[in-house]
Ligand binder design. Structure first.
Ligand SMILES: Cc1cc2nc3c(=O)[nH]c(=O)nc-3n(C[C@H](O)[C@H](O)[C@H](O)COP(=O)(O)OP(=O)(O)OC[C@H]3O[C@@H](n4cnc5c(N)ncnc54)[C@H](O)[C@@H]3O)c2cc1C
Length: 390
């Protein structure tokens, strides 16, 4: 027995890892971090689309979780371990282990279609799946992209930058909105992206949708080339590869099973106090030791790593303050907690390494800026430094 008390973090992707790194700097030595993830390796979603198209890129996107902490660290990481049950002051894993804690952080993220997430908990299987998708795209003649949000549009950007000239693919994008990316973003973002897609020969159908009964169950090659017909009757023929790019669904089932009042029934996001990021519940006792961030939470500001980078340090500071104030007291009452401040609306949508557009709070800018900020490097160095053994 170590005699140390635990702070459990469920999920070791951007959200969980960011809290873990910040908390390791301030957590009193009476406590240790137990970082748990169902996956063997962390995966950099931000670059997942390029890895699904560009052969050789896939290896850069994974970081083994087993080496998250340096040997000799008092903190623990448990890769390939799924939390299957929550309690007021404990979690249970799929190995049947019950881990008690003083505080816990929910960082379970959201379920996206691949390649927006790993295809498997195994790193080797996830890499094999990305390679398979690269081969399917290389062989495809007509690609249908359903959904013109950031995932669908960025995916097209990767395909047009990888396959040009005689290798160029026919691409059709079907989007049910008036504006690419979404109506909460600027008209200028839409027009900059539309102009580049049009120049590349992409056929964009706005305010159109493919009825759900026609959709394949997942992204990938179709068994045989086929024709799709939109709800308005437009025919999209001879499609042999389809990308389904809908938004992710929060992984909040564990929370609903323990305390349904902590989950927003409309969105399935875990409800948090928008400043302290403490989980909200109608039952005062049940979730008082829990915080949540990232794609599983309803913290304001959009589901982005950029917001997680602000949320993680706030949760770490709040847990450290609570632990210091009284290691036996769970309630937050009486302690002044740190407040999260979301970034203003900001989105970078590269079209491959050299194209795309970016909306900042000041202006919407084009290819040169988005390429410099995101398109070329896809923030891979941030990922590598987050997971460098410490
Ligand atoms: C294709 C794509 C491109 C993106 N591009 C950008 C971008 O350019 N900039 C940006 O800021 N954001 C971008 N995002 C959004 C960003 O990737 C997400 O906001 C971020 O990854 C969310 O991190 P998270 O830690 O909350 O959740 P996730 O990344 O979903 O991770 C959740 C983790 O929890 C683990 N987990 C879940 N349930 C359990 C359980 N019961 N037990 C144990 N482990 C569990 C999972 O295995 C997973 O590792 C992009 C997203 C996608 C899909």
């Amino acid at each position: 027995m170590s005699g140390l008390k635990n702070v459990v973090i469920i999920g070791a992707a951007s959200g969980g890892a960011t809290v873990a790194r910040a908390l390791a700097k301030s957590l009193p030595e009476t406590h240790r971090i137990v970082l748990i993830d169902a996956n063997e390796a962390a995966f950099w979603q931000v670059a997942g689309l390029r890895a699904s198209v560009q052969p050789g890129f896939e290896d850069k996107l994974f970081a083994d979780l087993a080496t998250f902490w340096k040997p000799g660290s008092r903190h623990i990481v448990k890769p390939k371990t799924k939390v299957t049950e929550l309690g007021e002051d404990f979690v249970v894993t799929d190995a049947g282990e019950k881990i008690s804690f003083d505080y816990a952080v929910l960082a379970m993220g959201a379920k996206y279609q691949t390649p927006g997430r790993q295809a498997s908990h195994s790193k080797a299987e996830s890499i094999a799946s990305l390679k398979q998708m690269q081969a399917q795209i290389a062989a495809a003649r007509h690609i249908l992209v359903v959904g013109g949000g950031p995932v669908g549009v960025e995916f097209i950007g990767e395909v047009i930058s990888q396959y040009s000239g005689k290798d160029k693919k026919k691409i059709t994008l079907v989007h049910n909105g008036k504006q690419l990316i979404g109506s909460k973003y600027s008209a200028s973002l839409h027009s900059k992206l539309s102009a580049q897609l049009q120049k590349a020969g992409v056929h964009v159908l706005l305010e159109e949708s493919i009825p759900s009964e026609q959709l394949p169950s997942s992204t990938g090659s179709l068994e045989a080339a086929r024709t799709f017909t939109t709800a308005k009757g437009t025919s999209v023929g001879d499609v042999d590869f389809a990308l389904l790019s809908f938004s992710g669904k929060p992984n909040s089932q564990l929370v609903s099973a323990f305390d349904a009042s902590a989950v927003d029934p409309a969105t399935q996001w875990v409800r948090v106090d928008e400043q302290s990021l403490h989980v909200l519940s109608d039952d005062a006792g049940k979730m008082q030791r829990y915080f949540a961030l990232g794609d599983v939470s309803d913290a304001p500001g959009g589901k982005l790593v950029a917001q997680i980078n602000n949320q993680g340090p706030v949760i770490a500071a709040n847990i450290a303050a609570l632990v210091r104030s009284s290691s036996s007291k769970a309630a937050t009452a009486g302690i002044k907690l740190n407040a999260y401040k979301p970034l203003p609306t900001f989105i970078a949508v590269p079209l491959g390494p050299a194209g795309g557009a970016i909306q900042t709070p000041i202006a919407t800018l084009g290819e040169w800026t988005v390429s410099l900020i995101k398109g070329k490097g896809l923030f891979l160095s941030n990922f590598q430094s987050l997971y460098k053994s410490q």
